[in-house]
Design a binder for this molecule. Structure first.
Ligand SMILES: Cc1cc2nc3c(=O)[nH]c(=O)nc-3n(C[C@H](O)[C@H](O)[C@H](O)COP(=O)(O)O)c2cc1C
Length: 385
C-alpha cells in the first residue's frame, strides 16, 4: 500500500493511504473508468481525512476544486482557496469560488455526522482579507468533536453519490408536499430559499437565464476560460480529475465521438467558432426552456461570509432535492459580475424583485432526469498543504 505522511501542527504525523484505487469510491465494477473517481471516507483512519474525503464530493464551480487544506491535527483543519484554481473571468469577485468553499464545509460536516462527529466551523479565523491576499488566509477552521448524541443526517443517503444533472428534465413539477419534504430535510438554513413553478412567471425568467449563457459564450474572455477547464476526452478527464467535459454535459455515444473529433487539440479557433457555440447554446436553451422548477438562494447582504454560507445552503438544498429524486443544475451566468453581464444581471435582479443590498447567490433549475455523469475529484494528497 502506498502511504504518505503529513506533518501536522503538533509535529506528529498523519498517515494517509494515497494513490491507491483502494481508497476511492468504486462505482459500476464492470466499468473500468468509473472505478476510482472520488475518495472513499471508509478507507481513511484519521477523522480529519475522513472529513476531507466526504467534503471533496461537494459541488464546486467548473469542478476546479479550488480547495487547499492545512491539517492542524487529527480533528482540525484550515480551509484555504487554491488561487491557481479560481475563475477570474467569469467570477472576478471570487464569489462563486467562496460558495464552493461553503459547499465543501457543509458536505464534510454532514458526512461526519455519519461517523458520530459534530463539526464546528469558525469562519475567517484570521480575519477578512483583500482579494490580493486570496489563498494566503484561511476561509474557515473546521473542528470535529466526537459526540455520542450526534445523529447521522438523512442527507447522507445521497451524499457520496451526489451529482449535478445537465440533462433534459421531465416536466414533473415539485408539489407542495415534496417541497415541504425538501425544506424539512434542508432543516437549518442561512438564507432565503425560494421555489418558482408559476408557468407565467417562469416564461419571463427563463429567457433571461438562457440569454446569460449566450453572453458568457459570445464573450471571448469568458468562453476561453471554459476552454481552459475543458477536458476534451476520457484520457484527459481521467488524468486531470477536474474541470468540465462532454459526458458531464450529457453528450455520450456517437455524439460524443463526433464532438471529440471536432474539438481535438482544443484549438481556440474551433472552440470560439460561431457554429460550435450555437450548437451548445441551442441544447442549453432547450433544457432551460423546458424546466418546470427554478429555485433561488438569496442573501440579505453580499459579503464573503454570505458567499460561504450560500454554499452551505446550496449543499443542503441539492442533497434534499436528490433525496426526493430531483436533480439540480445551477444556471449561474446571469449572476456573474463580469462587465459584459451587467445589463442582464440588473434585468434579472429587477425581474426577481431583489432589493438593493440583497443578492441571489444561486439560481438552479430542478427536475427529474436520467442518471447523470459522475464527475472525478483530485486526490486528497494533491490538496493538502
Ligand atoms: C457556485 C457554483 C456555481 C455553479 N454554476 C454552474 C453553472 O452555471 N452551470 C453548470 O452547469 N454547473 C454549475 N455548477 C455545478 C458545477 O459545475 C459542478 O458542481 C461541478 O462540475 C462538479 O460536478 P458535480 O456537481 O456533478 O459533482 C456550479 C456549482 C457551484 C458551487
Amino acid at each position: 500500500m502506498n502511504r504518505r505522511k503529513f506533518i501536522i501542527g503538533s509535529g506528529a504525523f498523519v498517515t494517509m493511504v494515497s494513490l491507491s484505487s483502494y481508497s476511492y469510491i468504486e462505482l459500476g465494477k464492470d466499468l473500468k473508468r468509473e472505478k476510482i473517481k472520488r475518495p472513499n471516507p471508509n478507507n481513511f483512519k484519521e477523522p480529519i481525512l475522513k472529513a476531507i474525503a466526504y467534503g471533496v464530493s461537494a459541488s464546486n464551480p467548473h469542478n476546479t476544486q479550488a480547495w487547499k487544506f492545512k491539517i492542524v491535527n487529527e480533528l482540525e483543519l484550515l480551509l484555504f482557496i487554491d488561487a491557481t484554481r479560481i475563475l477570474p473571468e467569469t467570477d472576478p469577485t471570487t464569489r462563486q469560488i467562496h460558495i464552493g468553499c461553503g459547499c465543501f464545509l457543509e458536505t464534510a460536516s454532514i458526512g461526519m455526522t455519519q461517523e458520530g462527529f459534530a463539526s464546528k466551523i469558525y469562519y475567517f479565523p484570521e480575519g477578512d482579507y483583500e482579494k490580493k491576499e486570496l489563498g494566503t488566509l484561511p476561509i474557515a477552521k473546521l473542528i470535529l468533536k466526537k459526540n455520542i448524541n450526534v445523529i447521522s443526517s438523512n442527507l447522507n443517503t445521497v451524499l457520496l453519490h451526489r451529482k449535478t444533472s445537465r440533462l433534459q428534465f421531465s416536466d414533473d413539477v415539485i408539489s407542495n408536499s415534496t417541497w415541504k419534504n425538501i425544506l424539512e430535510l434542508i432543516g437549518y438554513k442561512h438564507n432565503e430559499i425560494q421555489l418558482f413553478t408559476d408557468v407565467q412567471f417562469l416564461s419571463k425568467i427563463k429567457p433571461i437565464l438562457s440569454e446569460g449563457m449566450k453572453i458568457e459564450s459570445y464573450c471571448y474572455r469568458t468562453n476561453e476560460e471554459s476552454r481552459k477547464w475543458f477536458r476534451e476526452n476520457d484520457d484527459r478527464i481521467e488524468s486531470k480529475r477536474d474541470g468540465i467535459n462532454l459526458p458531464g454535459n450529457g453528450i455520450f455515444g456517437i455524439k460524443k465521438w463526433f464532438a471529440e473529433k471536432k474539438l481535438k487539440g482544443l484549438e481556440s479557433k474551433e472552440w470560439n467558432n460561431k457554429k460550435t457555440i450555437n450548437y451548445t447554446l441551442k441544447s442549453h436553451d432547450k433544457k432551460v426552456t423546458s424546466s418546470t422548477n427554478i429555485i433561488t438562494i438569496k442573501s440579505k447582504t453580499n459579503t464573503m461570509l454570505d458567499w460561504v454560507k450560500a454554499g452551505q445552503d446550496y449543499t443542503r438544498l441539492q442533497l434534499a432535492c436528490l433525496a426526493n429524486d430531483f436533480f439540480t443544475h445551477p444556471l449561474s451566468q446571469v449572476l456573474q459580475e463580469f462587465e459584459e453581464m451587467k445589463t442582464l444581471r440588473k434585468k434579472f435582479k429587477k425581474s426577481m424583485q431583489v432589493k438593493e443590498n440583497e443578492k441571489i447567490q444561486m439560481v438552479v433549475r430542478v427536475g427529474k432526469s436520467k442518471e447523470p455523469y459522475f464527475s472525478y475529484r483530485r486526490r486528497i494528497n494533491d490538496m493538502v498543504m
